[in-house]
Write a protein that binds this ligand. Structure first.
Ligand SMILES: Cc1cc2nc3c(=O)[nH]c(=O)nc-3n(C[C@H](O)[C@H](O)[C@H](O)COP(=O)(O)OP(=O)(O)OC[C@H]3O[C@@H](n4cnc5c(N)ncnc54)[C@H](O)[C@@H]3O)c2cc1C
Length: 383
């Protein structure tokens, strides 16, 4: 006996689950089931909040470009203020990294708003950057800060307005297929729906195991963020974010302070990730080498899990072998900026429609995100 019958049950209320549920709720009766009391508690609430059309593999870049229209013109009443704020991203290179900067420019230089920056302009754009450190840069003027909470809450509010439900503090502990319906059991309730969307972030392979689906080889990787003061009397808010061309660190103004990261990618089990002292120390060291900044005190720090499959593109599509089981996972370090585009794609596929035509026009190829592209091994097959 089920406590609720729905058309679609979404497991996970982070950005992936909230955004796809919002899109689906326009035409279907949708429930989001989230194990934490706060749906943004895990990766969604721990991001660096950057929107950049040059970051990540080609499918992500296409999805992010496609998402820009939603960010710039969200639906009426979706949010109280704009979802994007001016920022810019400056990729910088030391002398020994110049070749890598050339390669980056060859990859992204044809996109609008991208230009090379010479040594003299680097310190104008980012005054703390040491003059004897970086020799050249590439500027993405169109990069933005995202109001992540505004976007996430907008999706959850919009979902409820469309008649959808969010059940939080409810971990899905078992999944059973019965006469064309999934039965989803939490400690207190059972829900049923013919379609389940696996938007469980770092736990997506664990949720797949409940459904008897073959794992996609998802690897959660821990990334650390540290907040420090800007130098006395300096307001950094109009500076662009600065990213090492080999992604060894980044620094971004954050409400009058500086958000810094060693851009770490330490493999982890799915968990409530916490920052490690060593990663904080590495972060401060790398930042002090590149910037004229003496870090006296760490004001705040956190860590989150960015989850990738082998080719670092997301996984979006019905499982080829398990009926009614849809994957929406592996968004890595790009799941906020690509959420509008990816959720529109996922909702179209779940409804049995073709992908939005604008995505095809941007060179997006559905097979690059399909679960079928992955070489998947069941745990028992490995023995
Ligand atoms: C340090 C850091 C910086 C980042 N910076 C950026 C950035 O600048 N720009 C960008 O676009 N992206 C960034 N990202 C990536 C982005 O945050 C993620 O891609 C995105 O948040 C993933 O959303 P999600 O909904 O898949 O995962 P999550 O937010 O983790 O949501 C998954 C949810 O599933 C729930 N769940 C799991 N198992 C179950 C179960 N059995 N039952 C019920 N619920 C379950 C979890 O509780 C969780 O809330 C960053 C990430 C990190 C860690």
């Amino acid at each position: 006996m089920s406590d609720g019958c729905f058309d679609i049950a979404v497991i996970g209320g982070g950005m992936a689950g909230a955004s796809v549920a919002y899109e689906l709720a326009a035409d279907a009766n949708v429930v989001v089931i989230e194990m934490e009391d706060q749906p943004g508690y895990h990766t969604t609430g721990r991001s660096a909040a950057v929107f950049t059309e040059t970051y990540g593999p080609a499918p992500i870049r296409a999805l992010t470009r496609h998402s820009r229209a939603f960010f710039e013109n969200p639906p009426d009443l979706f949010c109280d203020s704009g979802l994007l704020n001016p920022r810019g991203i400056l990729f910088v290179a030391r002398e020994d990294q110049e070749e890598n900067l050339d390669t980056l420019y060859r990859t992204i230089g044809s996109q609008p708003g991208i230009r090379r920056v010479d040594r003299s302009e680097l310190s104008v754009l980012s005054p703390l950057l040491r003059r004897d450190y970086a020799v050249a840069g590439v500027l993405e003027e169109g990069a933005r800060d995202i109001d992540v909470n505004g976007l996430h809450q907008g999706y959850l509010r919009g979902l409820r307005q469309r008649g959808g439900q969010v059940i939080s503090g409810a971990e899905v502990e078992s999944l059973e297929r019965d006469a064309g319906d999934w039965k989803l059991r939490t400690r207190r309730e059972t829900y049923s729906a013919p379609v389940v969307v696996n938007a469980a972030g770092a736990w997506a392979d664990a949720v797949a195991a409940l459904a008897g689906a073959t794992p996609i080889g998802l690897m959660p990787k821990r990334r650390t963020i540290v907040i420090v003061a800007a130098p006395e009397g300096i307001d950094p808010d109009h500076w662009p974010g600065v990213v090492d061309v080999d992604e060894q660190f980044y620094l971004k103004p954050d409400a009058g302070r500086l958000l810094i990261s060693p851009a770490d990618e330490t493999p982890s089990e799915p968990c409530d990730a916490q920052p490690e002292e060593l990663d904080i120390a590495i972060c401060v060291d790398r930042i002090q080498r590149a910037f004229d900044l003496e870090v006296q005190r760490v004001q705040n720090s956190w860590a989150g899990l960015r989850s990738f499959v082998a080719d670092r593109s997301p996984v979006c599509g019905f499982d080829p072998d398990v009926d009614g089981f849809f994957w929406l996972a592996g968004q890595g370090g790009y799941g906020i900026q690509s959420a509008p585009g990816l959720s529109q794609l996922a909702a179209a596929l779940i409804a049995g429609n073709s992908m939005p035509t604008e995505l095809g026009d941007r060179g997006f190829d559905l097979s690059d995100v399909s679960p079928s592209r992955l070489e998947r091994t069941r745990v028992t097959d490995r023995a």
